[in-house]
Design a protein around this ligand. Structure first.
Ligand SMILES: CC(C)(COP(=O)(O)OP(=O)(O)OC[C@H]1O[C@@H](n2cnc3c(N)ncnc32)[C@H](O)[C@@H]1OP(=O)(O)O)[C@@H](O)C(=O)NCCC(=O)NCCS
Length: 180
């Protein structure tokens, strides 16, 4: 899907191909350096390899219950959204999403477009009835984005995250029904 950013640049949102592995890896490594709102630390992201990213992409391409969409600007992978399925039959109707957009490309509506495309996929999926996610309780921007799309807070694990400076942050669960 082609879009245009407010600055006129072209944004492409599409499923990944295996050769996106290096772009996805670099994007993720840059993101863990610039934000504390992801679960991975920069050190953990540095342990990933192009090969492990190829395998990671395959887990989405090979599973119709999972989704990855990547956001490309100027041939650079700048963000992604994922929907993960547990594989358990008893949880066949629910799936967990995650999203990340690099700061240099932030607040241009890329997150909104990734969310829109992800929800369209989930609404058309034959089994998925509900999407849930976890977000750090101090991540106001992400929670604002999720609320814009009708996600509601349904739980909070007190001090569920400990940042590198020792500070504890609640881990918030949000959900949205995608079928009536
Ligand atoms: C959260 C994230 C995905 C948003 O992506 P994005 O492309 O910048 O989002 P958009 O430009 O589409 O929309 C951002 C919205 O947040 C709002 N916003 C910006 N800064 C904000 C802030 N500090 N507090 C609350 N809302 C804020 C914008 O106004 C916009 O809302 P609007 O459409 O109602 O005006 C991105 O910032 C990101 O990846 N952050 C780091 C990783 C992360 O937090 N991932 C989510 C983990 S749960």
């Amino acid at each position: 899907m082609r879009h245009f950013l407010p600055n006129g640049e072209e944004l492409i949102i599409r499923p990944p191909v295996i050769t996106d592995a290096i772009g996805l890896l670099r994007n993720f490594q840059r993101m863990t350096q610039e934000t504390d709102y992801l679960l991975f630390t920069p050190g953990e992201a540095l342990e990933m390899t192009e090969r492990s990213e190829e395998d990671y992409i395959r887990t989405y391409l090979d599973n119709p219950n999972q989704l990855m969409l990547v956001a490309i600007v100027n041939d650079t992978l700048v963000g992604s959204v994922t929907v993960n399925h547990s594989g358990y039959q008893k949880k066949a109707h629910i799936a967990e999403m995650g999203i990340a957009v690099e700061r240099a490309w932030g607040s241009l509506g890329i997150g909104r477009r990734l969310m829109t495309a992800m929800l369209r996929w989930a609404e058309q999926h034959e089994k998925i009835q509900l999407i849930h996610l976890q977000v750090f309780g101090n991540n106001d921007k992400a929670m604002h984005l999720y609320r814009n799309f009708g996600f509601l807070e349904c739980g909070r694990l007190p001090n569920g995250i400990q940042q590198k400076d020792g500070q504890y942050i609640d881990l918030v669960t949000m959900y949205r029904r995608v079928k009536p």
